[in-house]
Design a protein. Structure first.
Length: 154
């Protein structure tokens, strides 16, 4: 049997498909629909609809508040916008593990080929950056990844 979080995630994903990539939800209404607390909705959104999974979340609080979830266009034909979205959301440093997770998503979303991903992983690996001590290594890794993505986005 599916967990409630999985069911809520599937419901939101279906709403995104039905609305062609942008869904606007009322947190309290969704919580009422699933007979759960609003924080359960927050949990699902904050863990399953993240930037690195290709989503943009906008929230407005208050009586007329809403949560708008947008699926970033990730097809190879429209990958430039997605890559630039990642570039702008990339922090000043990134670990090798996080960089590899991003690169894995790029392959999954057909934004880069397996061959391109292999080259990207090699460039941001701890082995390639071994002469740089921490925490500088994670800063340089973020710069390299950002520059690679910018180059691919054009």
């Amino acid at each position: 049997m599916a967990r409630l979080s999985d069911i809520i995630e599937d419901f939101i994903k279906q709403a995104l498909r039905d609305a062609e990539g942008v869904a606007e939800i009322q947190r309290n209404e969704l919580a009422s629909h699933f007979n759960c607390v609003p924080s359960q909705i927050n949990y699902v959104i904050s863990t399953r609809f993240t930037h690195d999974r290709g989503y943009y979340v906008e929230s407005r609080r208050g009586g007329g508040g809403f949560i708008r979830i947008s699926r970033v266009n990730v097809g190879r034909g429209g990958s430039g916008g997605y890559l630039m979205h990642i570039v702008s959301s990339l922090g000043s440093r990134i670990s090798q593990q996080d960089a590899e997770a991003f690169i894995g998503n790029f392959v999954d979303y057909d934004v880069v080929t397996e061959r391109e991903a292999y080259a990207m992983r090699a460039a941001v690996s701890d082995k390639a950056l071994a002469r740089i001590s921490q925490p500088g290594r994670d800063v340089v890794r973020a710069d390299i990844l950002r520059n690679m993505l910018t180059g691919l986005a054009v």
